[in-house]
Design a protein around this ligand. Structure first.
Ligand SMILES: NC(=O)CC[C@H](N)C(=O)O
Length: 393
């Protein structure tokens, strides 16, 4: 069933049960699913055609309402394997077509039930193409999804709620989604035949600082033959070094990198001085850039999808990548000691930096995919090469 909502103040049909209200009063009517109630967040869009469960469980989406531009969301259901964290950190989801019964051999549940079990609020039957064009033209707005089976909404109150929320700029969310305690990780990547594997014998140890890490990053690190110890975002330098790491990983995560520096930067500054190999992804990349003296800024609409072309400036090779970020590193702000190793072929923004002498590098794209192409997996291998070289020196 398709439905074309209209921008009117009262529901355009009697069975309407949800509305997405943007801060400027723009309304998108639709049908609610998941948990009844209302939730405020930054409304962004993701253009991936597959992998909605991985996207919904990526902790970097904390504080955000995800619009899926691909119309058929929910069609492959949900399963236990496609979780990128224990539960979704995003605030809600907006989808085009009404969610149908799941049809996939891997499914063990339905997206609507899964959303309800995870306390997520969703709205379906929305003109997501119109919403995406709105975001493209105006930037990512604050918005509220309200879901009520009565079909009654106090639109003025919902507009006020959208405007009262301070927005992602200046918001530190990493410590909210980070693990509370240190834990070990030895799981490797998934394959259709074997499912997930596990590392058995290795003497290489990576400490991963968890600002909101996706599980597949930890799997990729382990896959290159290392055991990983994951530590909470606010772990201090001495505690990290007491774990005897051979390499340090700085994870992805939500929120504004400039607001996350308070506890992250002093530690990263000291880690840089140890001479240990360091690898950062997304928020970890942005924090590393700030630690080197760079600056970050909020992008107009961000990059979220699974087909973003990125060029390695050293080899000219192009990799098609998975992206999820709304902040970016300012190229002009970077000091001489680092090079820009990767750039976006969509808009020329910085997608990677590498220190000229130290074994330290980071990227904005997601080499772990989940979902998305795996062209950038070599970055995990490069990190391991740095670790092995450093151990042998
Ligand atoms: N995936 C991420 O790590 C996102 C980093 C940061 N929160 C941003 O939006 O740019």
């Amino acid at each position: 069933m398709t439905h074309s909502p209209a921008d009117t103040l009262s529901p355009p049909a009697s069975d309407i049960s949800a509305v997405l209200v943007l801060a400027d009063g723009t309304l998108f009517w639709g049908y609610g699913f998941g948990t009844e109630g209302s939730i405020v967040g930054e409304v962004c869009f993701n253009t991936s055609m597959t992998g909605y469960q991985e996207i919904l469980t990526d902790p970097s989406y904390a504080g955000q309402i995800i619009t899926f531009t691909f119309p058929h969301i929910g069609n492959v259901g949900t399963n236990m394997d496609d979780m990128e964290s224990n539960k979704p950190a995003c605030r809600g989801l907006v989808v085009r077509e009404m969610i149908t019964e799941e049809a996939n051999f891997r499914a063990d549940g339905n997206l609507q039930d899964w959303a309800e079990a995870n306390g997520l609020i969703g709205i379906q039957g929305v003109d997501t193409r119109k919403l995406t064009r709105y975001i493209r033209d105006n930037g990512a707005p604050n918005g509220v999804i309200a879901y009520s089976l009565t079909g009654e909404f106090d639109i003025a109150a919902l507009i006020a709620k959208a405007n009262d929320w301070p927005g992602l700029q200046g918001m530190d969310l990493a410590k909210d989604v980070s693990c509370l305690e240190t834990y070990g990780w030895d799981g490797t990547r998934w394959s259709l035949k074997e499912g997930y594997g596990e590392i058995t014998e290795t003497d290489t140890h990576i400490v991963a600082v968890d600002y909101g890490a996706k599980d597949n990053i930890l799997r990729c690190l382990a896959h290159t033959n290392a055991v990983v110890t994951v530590v909470p975002a606010e772990t201090d330098f001495d505690t990290i070094m007491a774990l005897n790491p051979d390499g340090i990983f700085l994870s992805n995560g939500p929120g504004d990198p400039a607001a996350t520096g308070e506890y992250a930067l002093p530690v990263i500054h000291k880690l840089i001085e140890t001479g240990l190999p360091i690898f950062g992804i997304c928020l970890g990349h942005q924090l590393l850039a700030i630690a080197f003296g760079g600056k970050t800024y909020k992008m107009h609409q961000g990059h979220r999808g699974a087909n973003h072309p990125v060029q390695d400036t050293r080899t000219q090779k192009v990799e098609i990548t998975s992206m999820n970020h709304g902040f970016s590193v300012d190229a002009e702000s970077l000091p001489d000691e680092v090079i820009i190793s990767h750039t976006s072929l969509f808009d020329g923004t910085v997608c990677g930096i590498a220190h000229k002498e130290k074994p330290i590098f980071s990227v904005q794209q997601h080499p772990e995919a989940s979902p998305g192409p795996q062209d950038s997996f070599y970055l995990f291998q490069d990190f391991m090469t740095n670790i092995l070289k450093n151990k042998a020196a």
